[in-house]
Design a protein around this ligand. Sequence first.
Ligand code: OSB
Ligand code: MG
Length: 377
Amino acid sequence: MPTSGDAAAIALDGIEMRVLRIPLVSPFTTSFGTETMREVIVVRALTDGADGWGEIVTASAPLYSSEYTQGAWDVALRWLIPALLDVRTVRPEEVAGILSPFLGHRMAKAGLELAVLDAALRSQGRPLGQYLGAVTDRVPSGVSVGIQSDPAVLVDVVGGYLDAGYRRIKIKIKPGRDVADTAAVRDAFGAIGLQVDANAAYTLADADVLAELDRFDLLLIEQPLAEDDLTEHAELARRLRTPICLDESVVSAKAAADAIALGSAAVVNIKAGRVGGYLEAVAVHDVCRAAGVPVWCGGMLETGIGRAANAALAALPGFTLPGDVSASDRFYARDIVTEPAVLEDGYVRVPTGPGIGVEIDVLALDDFTVARETLRR
Ligand code: OSB
Ligand code: MG
């Protein structure tokens, strides 16, 4: 939990939500599908002082996890926002408890908590990084590369990111697009920091294929098996030399502790949306750090809002591996903040302004908005 004191209580006048549809600069393909458009929810906490901004990182379809944008929209309007507005003044640290009677829906909760947290920190003139416990002013930037039409195209695309300065490459894999893709990238670029992400596409019956990846000296293999395959991941770990990193399976600090105790995860990917908020993300970090398990900051194709907050999170001391904390232009030609994250010598800066530390580009926000709803107390 934050070491430098709780954030201010704020009086919530209302909460505005918008669905945005933002085109991606190129299609993004994973083991579960291809996206060409980011459909995401932006949350605005309305207060008597500065408004706070958050992002609900769901995708349009429940393919990565059970959450999806229209589901998050519904649960937020029907249950979560009314519960928050029922409380006269709220401290960011109380949001998770207020929302805890409503099960699941962690991405929706995380976006709401971030908006409240941003408003509270802005009212105090306090940066999110400082509040969360950041120990650096910039974080090394890795990039997540989708499955391409063939390994030669993949090598071209990866080469472009390496030229841009990215300090670690993650490639997406799936059955039939694993060993040859990984070999092509390793052969083309030698000793770069390289890891793979299967997004739960394999079963324990594929252990022999996954063991073939051992020869590429990968930093890790991310989420090879299903979300609830904790014991299977532990069994797979005994059969591989490559460290297993969990993403989808780690939905809370408790899940992280269980995975570590079972030997299912040697590394953990932390995403605030997946675990229900940035405060729970810090709790996951703390559990892993105490156990000596390295963590890194995952991404969900965030807009400039979530991208700024992720940079702050990734600056905590346990984040010893480069994250999927890329520049805004890796995904978007136009972002919704006035100073989108850029790559500087392979690093992304941790914002130093109050709250998430970035300002909203209101014209861009309006241009991408396809639905809008405000609840007031
Ligand atoms: O598994 O890490 C993942 C994007 C959407 C859903 C799941 C994942 C991803 C990524 C992209 O890999 C990470 C990023 O935002 O850069
Ligand atoms: Mg992943």
